[in-house]
Design a protein around this ligand. Structure first.
Ligand SMILES: CC(C)(COP(=O)(O)OP(=O)(O)OC[C@H]1O[C@@H](n2cnc3c(N)ncnc32)[C@H](O)[C@@H]1OP(=O)(O)O)[C@@H](O)C(=O)NCCC(=O)NCCS
Length: 173
């Protein structure tokens, strides 16, 4: 299967925060933001895999900066690495206010998506070709993030986490 560049599936998703999206403080509800992030990643993963993809996991997301009603939210999603049937997608979120004319980064997260065949079974996904230094850096670091999330999900034994062992035990030698 021929590999694809990160830029081929890079996805930007934009929304304006409407009253129906907010909590009683007139801030965007966290769940609505997670939904938009999920949609952006789903589009990105689908473009990379050229298949239906489903969310398998979301890593830590913090909500340290409120996004207000009327703000414009821009969400960028990019594939960082393909494993076998799963891929890791990095997403970052910016808010923008017409009056203040500044774009502020609010959140970021790593999602894991799995490509499915026509019968809904996980299917191998084409490789990723990282090009820029940043893409290469995220690509290299993806293995340790994968091991950590698989351990936390109870899908990998800590003793099988080669990359993490190398980082922690390798440095102790
Ligand atoms: C995701 C899903 C397809 C995985 O199916 P499965 O039977 O566990 O299949 P496998 O064990 O072959 O795993 C498939 C891939 O998913 C990855 N995966 C599964 N659970 C994961 C998790 N919690 N975190 C990270 N990766 C995960 C596996 O590592 C594997 O990746 P690889 O092939 O690149 O090594 C299945 O759990 C599912 O359909 N979940 C519901 C998806 C969904 O509806 N999402 C919307 C939110 S409700």
């Amino acid at each position: 299967m021929q590999g694809k560049k990160v830029s081929e599936s890079f996805t930007t998703f934009t929304q304006i925060v409407m009253p129906n999206d907010t909590n009683s403080m007139n801030n965007l509800m966290g769940g609505n933001l997670l939904r938009w992030m999920d949609i952006a990643c789903g589009i990105c993963g689908g473009k990379h895999a050229n298949r239906l993809v489903v969310t398998a996991a979301v890593d830590n997301v913090s909500f340290s900066r409120p996004i207000k009603i009327g703000d414009v939210v821009t969400i960028n999603a990019q594939v960082t690495r393909v494993f076998n049937t799963s891929m890791e997608i990095f997403v970052d979120v910016y808010k923008e206010n017409y009056r203040q004319r500044e774009k502020v980064k609010c959140n970021e997260a790593y999602y894991t998506f799995v490509a499915l065949d026509d019968d809904g079974r996980p299917v191998e996904c084409c490789e990723l070709i990282p090009e820029t230094d940043e893409e290469k850096h995220r690509y290299e670091r993806a293995l340790r993030r994968r091991e950590l999330r698989l351990i936390l999900a109870g899908r990998m034994k800590p003793e099988d986490a080669k990359e993490l062992k190398e980082i922690f035990l390798g440095e102790m030698k």
